[in-house]
Design a protein. Sequence first.
Length: 198
Amino acid sequence: MEAFQPRHLIVISAPSGAGKTTVAHHLLTRFPQLRFSVSATTRPPRPGEVHGRDYFFLSRQQFEAFIRAGKLVEYEEIFGHLYGTLRMPVEEALRRGEYLLFDIDVKGSLALREAYPEETFLIYIAPPSIEELERRLRQRGTETEEQIRHRLHRAAMELTYQAAFDVVIQNERLESTLQQAEQLVAQLLGVEVPPSMP
């Protein structure tokens, strides 16, 4: 694997259903140095989600006020809801020399790198194919037929951005994907990969 310089803002991105949240959660359990960057959204919380831990749940009015005040590094409307990264927590983390892990969409990733080019590293988790992505989305059983069609249409657009990322990991076998992500993040943190639990 190519050698990379340490960076403080590590971004995992992928089309919906490709596995980015699974990868992000795994990395957070393996590297205690990493802190999760909590995004803001106008979508309602899902069962079990907690404000300030999973997302900052804002009203559309609050979110739009944040946009006008320049309080977001990046934001985008996806499937009728606004999502974005709050500027202040990122600036504070960089001041303290902390490492942040982001689980955000493709366009948001590129906007973050534009804002912090020296500190941002972009990892793209790619599905083996659109057909496999559709199978995984249907298997989740959390979306309507119309939502699946929307997600697949957006995924086709997002797949065209792969070349803009620092690294693309093809998520065919989850175990191999997690290992590759671990090796990469260890480099970016300037540490060894933690030993596996027995």
